[in-house]
Design a protein around this ligand. Sequence first.
Ligand SMILES: Nc1ncnc2c1ncn2[C@@H]1O[C@H](COP(=O)(O)OP(=O)(O)OP(=O)(O)O)[C@@H](O)[C@H]1O
Length: 273
Amino acid sequence: MTAADAVTDGSKNSRITKNRVDVRVQKQQGGFFLDVAFAAEQAGVTALFGPSGAGKTSVVNMVAGLSRPDRGRITIGDRCCFDGETGIYLPPEKRRIGYVFQEARLFPHLTVRANLTFGMNRLKPSDRFVGVEPVVSLLGIGSLLKRRPARLSGGEKQRVAIGRALLCSPQLLLMDEPLASLDQARKEELLPYIRTLSIRFRIPILYVSHQMEEIASVADSLVCLENGRVIEHSPVSRNNRPFPGTPGTCRPRTGDRTPCSRDTGRFPLDDHP
Ligand SMILES: Nc1ncnc2c1ncn2[C@@H]1O[C@H](COP(=O)(O)OP(=O)(O)OP(=O)(O)O)[C@@H](O)[C@H]1O
């Protein structure tokens, strides 16, 4: 089955396998040794969680191609981005990855519309599968298109940054503490969009946070890092959402945790809509 078949086939499994992300990396960074393996399925949010210095950003940077592992393999769908054995190492611009940082990093001299379409306009039309209108509508930024970033709130800037990353039609979206600079109200405003857009556009998201409440609200599965290792890898229950309308406490779904090791980096799929 080709990737195109997987999109149109409609069966749950074929959809989910299209952009499966497999990460197995080792790297010595000064005195810090990172040895991490996990998988992230299509159409869902995989949270990378752990204390400061656990290695979350290091992993995301390796997936993005901003830092080179010493050993291992990184694949996104059928595309190998890194293979230590064969020497494959795709540069960041060839990985088809969107990256949303803590700060929106918008171009200050461009309007919201021009910011949104900046990366998209550099893609071949045949590589574009995300359209401007659905993104603008989903993120609720239609009324902002003519403004410049200086006239946006923090939450609005982050929505535009997410839209810009999405419009590059990435095969994977990396979000490194994208809400860290926002207050609680703005976080609650933005969180509902994040999982919805992963499902809607069928783009897996790797979401870095050290806020368990945030992860419980947004993530489908949890990869917990400590001191450069995966110490837990489990689905997050759909029934335990902490924000309004979704009462409950944060916890991984019990009963089907998978032991975390480099040999068992798979995890059971949570129920995708
Ligand atoms: N380029 C580098 N050279 C040497 N050590 C590094 C480098 N980058 C990161 N480290 C070390 O690797 C470890 C993991 O850092 P990393 O930024 O990945 O952690 P993190 O979990 O993202 O932390 P935080 O939540 O504070 O952002 C830390 O001990 C850090 O000092």
